[in-house]
Design a protein around this ligand. Structure first.
Ligand code: FE2
Length: 462
């Protein structure tokens, strides 16, 4: 399947466009995700693992330019020169046995998220610091120092920008004898504001988190790391994770100003990759996310994201459902509601609404259970009403990035989703009206080739 095929070529061309690109679409969509799964006869064991590759779609005057470049991390350069994988990654041990895997030797592949801040295009992994690139040329500039001056943290790929202040929130999870959540905030000019360390009672694997104008919320689901097999080099990081639903979720609430003590609340077990958004509402926090009954598509030898690497279907029965935590700060209690039972993932938002109240979320979706989706949905989080578009079972659709429409209010704009057409074996970028998703794409940018699964994107207005 094309999603799990390495893309070793770096392209630079003007793709054909089917339909008409909106004239107001001016700027660049950047995407990040694993581009290379294979080297020297070895293959990554998991679709969520590979060297980071940035793709840039630059829109100008009704035309679009496409370019992709690998992030030239230390790991990439070293292994490229050797012609083989030398280092372990989070799902795959390095060739050469325990000797090459003992201790934590994982280095950044810079292949999960991307965003532009102060003229720098950042590429994040879940280990180490982010890498910086030139947003025009995609030339790698090097590791970027963010966070406290004297401490290097393993930042999570997902960060939050609070549009009311421009402040940038970053999170790190330190696994160890004392598991610790680190919350770091920078001003919009990148000046360092604050670093909070919060000891937590479990070794959860955390991918995404929530930020409101007042609080950070971290969902500590019961997917926990056993350090011994990982550190001894006998198992990869993901092979050392186990799902313990009987322990339920723990939800950590952190005051961004550090005036109140951190709060821990219990919730039913629910695995989460991604949050949609969260906001403060008169003594409550409302937090929306996509939750699964279990991470069967991710954890275990038969998981769909593992089996696709061998060309097999694998297990993916639990569906992603849009859920809401309503946290009562005074009573210190939490209620979970299911907003929609529709199978969905990759939640996206009009980022002008981030950290504040929202009505709509945009998602990938599928009619049947499974982690590979072939449609897009807009869900009204107040009513549960859904608007859905299905591109057909042979097409894979990726995260819909919301692009505001100039001169219009919030919730009006475009959704940009990178699709892979199984019939042609080629990828395309679909452009949809956010308020008319079901009408299908107004335009498709047709690439000359397939691109592997790309996780996350960022829109930068020209
Ligand atoms: Fe993610």
């Amino acid at each position: 399947m094309g999603l799990a095929t390495s893309m070793t070529n770096e392209h630079d061309y003007m793709p054909q466009v089917e339909g008409t690109l909106p004239a107001s679409l001016r700027g660049t969509l950047y995407r990040n995700g694993p581009g290379r799964f294979d080297l020297g006869g070895h293959r990554k064991r998991h679709l969520l693992d590979g060297d980071g590759m940035i793709q840039a779609f630059r829109f100008e005057d009704g035309r679009v330019h496409y370019r992709n470049r690998f992030v030239q991390t230390r790991k990439f350069i070293k292994e490229q020169a050797a012609g083989r994988f030398l280092l372990p990654t989070w799902t795959t041990r390095a060739p050469g046995g325990v000797r090459r895997n003992a201790g934590n030797r994982i280095q950044s592949q810079a292949g999960v998220t991307t965003l532009v801040k102060n003229g720098c295009l950042y590429a994040f992994d879940e280990v180490g610091l982010p890498w910086g690139l030139n947003p025009d040329t995609l030339e790698t500039l090097g590791e970027q120092k963010v966070g406290p001056r004297r401490e290097s943290l393993n930042f999570k790929a997902h960060t939050h920008t609070d549009p009311s202040t421009g402040q940038w929130g970053l999170l790190a999870f330190q696994h160890g004898r004392q598991n610790t959540v680190h919350l770091v905030e920078h001003r919009n000019d990148m000046a360092f504001i604050r670093h909070q360390r919060i000891p937590v009672p479990r070794s959860s694997y955390v991918h995404h988190w929530f930020l409101t104008q007042r609080y950070a919320v971290v969902l500590l689901h019961p997917l926990v790391l056993s350090p011994l097999p990982f550190l001894s080099g006998l198992a990869s990081f993901t092979e050392s994770l186990s799902w313990r639903p009987q322990d339920g979720n723990l939800v950590l609430v952190v005051d961004r100003e550090a005036e109140q003590k951190p709060l821990f609340l219990e919730a039913p077990a629910s695995f989460m990759w991604h949050t949609l958004n969260a906001y403060d509402e008169a003594g409550f926090i409302v937090a929306d996310f996509v939750g699964y009954q279990e991470p069967d598509h991710f954890v275990g030898e038969n998981a769909a994201l593992r089996q696709i690497m061998e060309g097999r279907r694998g297990v993916s029965k639990a569906t992603g459902q849009l859920r809401r935590y309503r946290i009562d700060l005074k009573k210190r209690s939490l209620i979970e509601e299911v907003i929609s039972t529709r199978n969905c993932e990759f939640p996206a938002l009009d980022q002008r609404l981030a950290c504040g109240p929202h009505r709509y979320g945009y998602f990938t979706t599928a009619t049947e259970p499974g982690i590979f989706h072939h449609g897009l949905a807009r869900i009204n989080t107040e009513t549960g009403q859904e608007t859905v578009m299905d591109m057909g079972a042979q097409t894979h659709m990726g995260e819909p990035v919301f692009v505001p429409e100039p001169g219009k209010g919030t919730d009006f704009g475009w959704l940009l989703s990178l699709g892979l057409d199984g019939r042609t074996g080629k990828s395309f970028l679909g452009v949809f009206r956010a308020d008319e998703v079901s009408a299908g794409p107004v335009a498709r940018v047709l690439l000359n080739h397939a691109t592997p699964l790309s996780f996350h994107g960022h829109w930068q207005t020209a």
